[in-house]
Design a protein around this ligand. Structure first.
Ligand code: KPL
Length: 338
């Protein structure tokens, strides 16, 4: 083993917190014998007290539970559809995963909750999970990652940025709509030594997973694209590719890119011309032309959106740096009013 590189037991469980599209995609593709979902304790009332799980104490004891009140007794079952390609056609697999019934054996935690739910989901589970278990945050946007590292600075916390496309047209069907790449990198000091090992574990899914030591920079790159696409698709209720011809987009995109360029420079030191940002946004809108963005899907399903962690995060950065952000503010207000 390379000095300074930490490995975690191959026999340990990979736990997934958040059974949305991204969580289900990883759950479907990682080795099923090692993988399972964690139920949301906070949505199950005071079950932690009433069941026999107890936070890690001095003796290293972490309890297990036979069944949490409200936890589905059955395994989580859904159909994974690998999108059609002319060569392969459509592949369908029935995926059947357990809800994990013990926190004692978790050697890697993937957090695929919505950005706004991340802190509370971790608040309820981390007391039961070993302090040296790496935690990988998959949230869109920025802001939730900082909240987690401020709350648990001593834990190995990593972030992932992915371009995998997945959606759930029906509750029990997951469509892997587009193959992409996933970058994983450390957020806290103690996470550096775990990065290679986490990347290797995630690569067992067969997806393209890479190490990214400047993960915050990469999260910013994704934020730029989400800030330029998601709110417009939600407001116009259209697929990604259709925004570029809409008057709302055409009238505001240059102002938006000017704001983002100034914020990028102030926060990361990166100097990119607003026109180059617009090109980047439109390239992604065109390459995902028929996709429903995550924000449009949230609005249409009546869920809370991630606007606070996308354009809302940019507004907050503007306030910190004294940079005016009228277009971002307009998008936040209009999405919040939907
Ligand atoms: O990441 C996305 C999202 O929907 O959140 C984009 C890039 C817009 C693709 O749909």
């Amino acid at each position: 083993m390379t000095a300074g590189v930490k490995r975690f037991g191959d026999g340990g469980q990979i736990a997934i917190l958040g059974a949305g599209s991204m969580g289900r995609l990883w759950a479907a593709l990682l080795p099923s014998s090692r993988c399972g979902f964690l139920p949301r304790l906070d949505s199950l009332g005071q079950t932690a007290e009433r069941s026999n799980i107890a936070p890690e104490d001095g003796t290293g004891h972490r309890g297990s539970f036979s069944r949490l009140e409200g936890t589905p007794e059955t395994r989580c079952e859904y159909v994974l559809v690998i999108s059609a390609s002319p060569d392969t056609g459509v592949a369908r697999t029935l995926v059947n995963l357990p809800w994990l019934c013990s926190a004692a054996d978790i050697s890697l935690l993937l957090v695929t909750t919505k950005a706004g739910d991340t802190l509370s989901a971790l608040e309820s589970w981390l007391p039961y999970i070993a302090k040296d278990t790496p935690v990988v945050l998959f949230q869109n946007g920025l802001g939730s990652q900082q909240a987690v590292t401020e709350r648990w600075p001593g834990r190995p916390i990593l972030a992932a940025s992915t371009t995998e496309g997945a959606n759930r047209p029906e509750p029990d069907v997951l469509v892997h709509a587009g193959a992409g790449d996933t970058w994983v990198g450390p957020l806290t000091d103690s996470a550096y030594d775990y990065t290679e090992s986490v990347v290797q574990q995630l690569a067992q899914s067969g997806l393209q997973v890479h190490t990214e030591n400047s993960i915050v920079q990469r999260l910013w790159q994704k934020l730029v694209v989400n800030a330029g696409i998601n709110a417009f698709t939600a407001l116009l209720d259209c697929p990604n590719g259709a925004i570029v011809d809409a008057p709302l987009y055409r009238q505001t995109i240059d102002g938006l890119c000017t704001e983002i360029a100034a914020l990028l420079q102030a926060n990361t030191g990166e100097r990119t011309a607003p026109q180059a940002l617009r090109k980047r946004i439109e390239a992604v809108a065109k390459s995902t032309t028929n996709n429903t963005s995550s924000m449009r899907a949230d609005v249409n399903a009546g869920r809370k959106t991630e606007i606070d962690f996308i354009n809302g995060y940019l507004v907050q950065c503007g306030q910190r740096h004294g940079i005016a952000t009228p277009v971002n503010q307009m998008l936040v207000q209009r999405v919040q009013a939907l």
